[in-house]
Design a protein around this ligand. Structure first.
Ligand code: SF4
Ligand code: SF4
Length: 306
């Protein structure tokens, strides 16, 4: 294998250990920052922007003013309810470091491949015993292609199973460069209708659909459908995606991921409005069972949840 550039830097906002989801066995999941989509139901809004950013919990703030004193960018003002000006903030984290009450928390930090590998290494024996490994998640890991590729190369050099949770949106060259280092691709398909897709995610789906076919020819692929009320929670939408998977190479399994509103509170902490506000908190079980039966009727193995 070509040399691994361990000093390649990227931005992540979490490393979750002992996950039983997102691939076989027990897994460790680095969450990348940055995503080209803006799905209305996104449960990780802190993942969307590439740069580190600040979450502000109003109820914890004692108005001591320490944060404003250390901010060199004039990004903090107490004249507004959400004290951080996102256009000025560069995510340096200085304010969060001095805040005595953790009202300000930095989300995302710049790290090297070497630093992430040191963290992943802690559970090496767990991967071996459970048949698990590493799953890149986010955000969209393909938004940081150099970092993702070097990290995956480093994982493969240690013999770890690698997976990625992906929207599939990236230039073709990125797909060709990265997927040879991935054992399992969990690709999201939200909608086949381009208007529905654009309205729900903010982006066109043509490149995504081309890419997911391409990915399926490079590595083992499972299609995941986040089932969202008013977007794709009907038989025709799910049938269209299930039929599309027949164009892919050897995709035998679809996972239906029911909508939930677990991420709603994070929008306020980021000074954002939750786009799904006012809708029910989760998908009804009978709708999920009905859609699962529909996928199975088309001859494709299906499960609810990932
Ligand atoms: S993260 Fe840095 S730039 Fe942003 S508000 Fe805090 S101190 Fe200012
Ligand atoms: S440092 Fe923390 S507690 Fe003090 S004003 Fe800033 S956010 Fe509020």
């Amino acid at each position: 294998m070509e040399d691994i550039k361990y000093d390649t830097e990227g931005v992540i906002f979490n490393i979750q250990r002992y996950s039983l989801h997102d691939g076989p066995g027990i897994r460790t999941i680095p969450f990348f920052k940055g995503c080209p989509l803006r799905c209305k139901w996104c449960s990780n809004p802190e993942s969307q922007r590439l740069q580190p950013e600040i979450m502000f919990q109003d109820s914890n703030c004692v108005h001591c003013g320490k944060c404003a004193e250390v901010c060199h960018f004039g990004a903090i003002s107490f004249d507004r309810p959400y004290i951080v000006d996102k256009d000025r903030c560069v995510g340096c984290g200085a304010c969060a470091e001095v805040c005595p009450t953790a009202a300000l928390v930095q989300k995302g930090k710049r790290v090297t491949v070497w630093q992430v590998i040191q963290e992943l290494q802690k559970d090496e024996s767990v991967y071996r015993r459970s048949g698990g490994g590493i799953t890149l998640s986010g955000g969209e890991a393909l938004s940081q292609p150099e970092f993702a590729r070097e990290l995956l190369k480093a994982c493969k050099s240690k013999g770890w199973h690698t997976a990625i949770e992906t929207t599939g949106l990236a230039p073709k060259q990125v797909i060709d460069d990265i997927f040879p280092f991935i054992d399992l691709a969990l690709v999201d398909i939200k909608a086949i209708n381009p208007h529905t897709h654009k309205d729900a995610t903010g982006v066109d789906n043509r490149q995504i659909l081309e890419n997911v076919i391409r990915i399926s020819y490079i590595t083992k692929t499972i299609v995941r459908i986040p089932v969202i009320m008013g977007v794709n929670d009907d038989v025709q939408s799910i049938q269209a995606i299930a039929n599309f998977t027949k164009l892919m190479h050897n995709v035998t399994e679809i996972h239906l991921l029911p909508y939930h509103n677990y991420g709603e509170n994070k929008y306020a902490l980021l000074g954002l409005i939750y786009p799904m506000k006012g809708l029910p908190n989760s998908m009804p079980t009978d709708t999920m069972e009905m859609l699962k039966a529909e996928v199975e009727r088309l001859g494709i193995k299906c499960q609810i949840g990932g």
